[in-house]
Ligand binder design. Sequence first.
Ligand SMILES: [Zn+2]
Ligand SMILES: [Zn+2]
Length: 368
Amino acid sequence: MTVVEFRRELHRHPELSFEEHRTQQFIIDVLAAEGIECRAIAGTGVIAKIEGRRGNLQRAVVLRADIDALPIVEKNDVEYRSEREGVMHACGHDMHAAVLFGVLQAMHAERNFEGTLFGLFQPGEELNPGGASLVLGEKPFEGYNVAAVIGEHVDARLEVGEVGICPGRFMAANDELRFYVSGRGGHAARRNEIDDSVTAMCDMVVRTTALNTPESVVSIGKVVADGATNVIPDRVSAEGTMRTFDQEERQRIHGLLRSNAESVEQKYGVRVEVDINHGYPCVVNDITLAYEAMIVAVDEGLVVRELEPMTTAEDFGYYTELYPSLFYRLGVGKHAGGSHTATFLPDEGALEIGVRMMQRMALHVLNK
Ligand SMILES: [Zn+2]
Ligand SMILES: [Zn+2]
């Protein structure tokens, strides 16, 4: 099977996060046909293992692709468009899985490397708690010395033939914020008989957005105070998001949100609850791997774009917390359009480049 055929098969049959049953079976069948050892992992994922012909087999490289799709009705008019109405590979995870398949296929044919290569087809990237956390919960790399975890994401800001690399902090940790202010509501004209939950929440929101810095983002996008011109409600809620690039900064802001809540409680005589739904950790690229990848890319005739950190999140962050890791962006052309839209259509010319880049990087680390 070719990489393009593999990609189109997944594209036709997209599945939502943690529901990748058909995808999983397809990957297992295709790998088995290639003679590549593999098994299920994290419910609907697949992990493949290829041992090199020489070297210490405990030393390993993990190549990771995500495999889930999104709840979007595809509007592309292509022969391989989604056959599952309302579900679409609109983030390019079909491309990631196909690239990984191509790399495994090529490396299994030769096995001309030292150590062990893992190929991880990870489910559920798009949905908290993220498939990466489930994969790692099964400790699949216990007993191995993992020299690198390598992953990629397609990127329509880059042309085909370009790769984007960012040494160090790359993608943000995202946490969902929910605030609830409760107090004694009542007649808005009798202020001595009520607790002003609305003003208390406004104060809380202003204190929250004051925590923004050039390195971190805190935004409140929803405030609900369902009173009336003359009614102060008993309860006001707010929702928002925060994005940080550093675990310490993340903890610091969490602490400040809680201390601000206490100050608001004292000032207004209300109760303020702060609910933080922890999202994915930051993606921090290993500096050495990132610069080595730049050299490998240039050597492959690709154009390297050094990227600025991105405020979007990726569950790849879980791997970067544990192992030296590299997450880079693969150009799929500006005409691909926006990801997470009904018309996202990456250029398949990027597949062959993606395979070359990932294979060369894996060989580089394994044979080091
Ligand atoms: Zn996505
Ligand atoms: Zn994605």
